[in-house]
Design a protein around this ligand. Structure first.
Ligand code: NAD
Length: 472
């Protein structure tokens, strides 16, 4: 056997023992501290300050000052320089951010290295380019910033969701107060250090770690806009909290996407897309293809090839670059996945899992494929947010569309067929913000992303995403 030399990801980034709140360009104490654990080992990684109501008020006041005195009056070209600088610094420190994200979140290094961090940098590059061209975005001759934006993000793509939120807000001349998710604050705090390194004026970006109460306090604070990504339940609470105020809101919520495989699809290609659709990021993806709708005439063949492929997935150490499926982000999320999978079995669906060893410590769930799924079952209706696929079949294209649309959500969908006309026919009828054809889970800063129905409203990315941060 060969001994492998240490890989770059074997070198741990310098994680501090303790992080404070980032307010007005400095790290300060909060009202209490909490721990962040490595979900693949359950070991404590660092402690972090939790922001209370008074901290939220301070951060919002700092953001207001920065908006009125520096960031708002600054020319778009100058703002763009800062965004370019942030993008370049993210690229320079890409490996460090990738390892830190894998440690704090549990996702595989190949994903943080090849997707999360480069895509986060791309969002800053893309929006840096817009900063001095807002008058040409088709949103009026002189679109103005909104002011101070309160942003709350989930744990599934901590750095990338931060970039989706902060890059367009800053490009449009707003200042921000962002609350990362309670289980994954690390890369947001490293990003705060990076803002210092970039000499970003104090108060333009403020980062407030904390749990739901901190998020709720931020929503209630004197901000001009709330941008939220997370569950539909919390999105609903936020919509209620801001109703009647002048605050603008965008909500990026959950999903239960259908990945539709027609009988004329290239099967091997579709199988790769199904695997990517549901097992990418442990299935902790709002737009995950969690419902496979496969045409009955090819269902047997698709399932056989799918199981053979899933059996090759490697589950384990997130820092091993051969790992395909890492750890579940938290004990709480593991409990939720386990409970929904159990409900699937109790309601009569058949669960299949490949034989694979799981590490003894940490939070893990084997990739799971449910067949014999009925539309009324919880596993066909509710977002599981884990590596669990529910398979349903259909006979006609109309039936596929009816089943695909039969959920309260409307975030994304996939279509696999060799016929272009069928793609267009299906895309017209699918009630989803994004429809991928013969691919899945493709993202680009230039492409707007967002939902219909209970998946939320507002778009992030592209020219359309700018509108959410401008008074037009
Ligand atoms: P969550 O709604 O529980 O938490 C999201 C964030 O909201 C966290 O930072 C949390 O601390 C905060 N929060 C909780 N209660 C709050 C309150 N009352 N007021 C303000 N903030 C509050 O969701 P989660 O479990 O962290 O993330 C998973 C969910 O996010 C899934 O439903 C997923 O589909 C969704 N998601 C959507 C998108 C999208 O773009 N549509 C992207 C990623 C994740």
């Amino acid at each position: 056997m060969f001994e492998y030399a240490p890989a770059p990801e074997s070198v741990r980034p310098q994680i501090k023992e303790h992080y404070g709140l980032f307010i007005d360009g400095e790290f300060v104490d909060g009202q209490a501290d909490f721990k962040s654990v490595d979900p693949s080992t359950e070991e404590s990684l660092f402690t972090v300050a939790e922001a209370g109501e008074a901290d939220v008020a301070k951060a919002v006041a700092a953001a207001r000052r920065a908006h009125e005195t520096v960031w708002g009056p600054m020319s778009g070209a100058e703002r763009g320089k800062y965004l370019f600088r942030i993008a370049r610094l993210l690229q320079e420190r890409a490996r460090e951010f990738a390892v830190a994200e894998s440690l704090d979140n549990g996702k595989p290094i190949k994903e943080t290295r090849d997707f999360d961090v480069p895509t986060a940098a791309q969002h800053f590059f893309y929006h840096a380019g817009w900063a001095d061209k807002l008058a040409y975005a088709g949103l009026g001759p002189d679109p103005r910033p909104l002011g101070v934006v309160g942003q709350v993000i989930p744990w599934n793509f901590p750095l990338l969701m931060l970039a989706w939120k902060i890059a367009p807000a800053l490009a449009c001349g707003n200042t921000v107060v962002l609350k990362p998710a309670e289980t994954t604050p690390l890369t947001a705090l490293m990003f705060a250090e990076l803002c210092q390194e970039a000499d970003l004026p104090p108060g333009v970006v403020n980062i407030l770690p904390g749990a739901g109460a901190t998020g709720a306090a931020l929503v209630d604070a004197a901000v001009d806009k709330v941008a939220f990504t997370g569950s539909t339940a919390v999105g609903r609470a936020i919509a209620k909290a801001v109703a009647g105020s002048k605050k603008k809101v965008t909500l990026e919520l959950g999903g239960k996407a259908a990945n539709i495989v027609f009988d004329d699809a290239a099967i091997d290609q579709a199988v790769e897309g199904i695997v990517n659709g549901i097992f990418f990021n442990q299935g902790h993806v709002c737009c995950a293809g969690s419902r496979l709708l496969v045409q009955e005439s090819v269902a047997g063949e698709v399932l056989e090839r799918l199981k053979a492929r899933v059996a090759t997935l490697r589950v384990g150490d997130p820092l091993d670059k051969n790992t395909d499926i890492g750890a579940i982000n938290s004990a709480e999320q593991l409990e939720r996945i386990t409970a929904l999978a159990k409900a699937g079995e109790e309601e009569g669906a058949d669960a299949w899992q490949p034989a694979c060893d799981l590490p003894e410590r940490g939070f893990w769930f084997r990739p799971t494929v449910f067949t014999g799924v009925q539309q009324s079952m919880r596993i066909a209706q509710e977002e599981i947010f884990g590596p669990v696929l529910s398979v349903l079949t259909f006979r006609t294209p109309d039936e596929a569309i009816a089943k695909a649309n039969n959920t309260p959500y409307g975030l994304s969908a996939g279509v696999w067929t060799e016929k272009g006309s069928k793609i267009l026919w299906a895309a017209e009828r699918l009630r989803a913000g994004v429809v991928w054809a013969n691919t899945f889970n493709q993202f680009d800063a230039a492409s707007p992303f967002g939902g219909l129905k209970e998946s939320g409203y507002g778009r992030e990315g592209g020219r359309q995403g700018l509108e959410a941060y401008l008074d037009v």
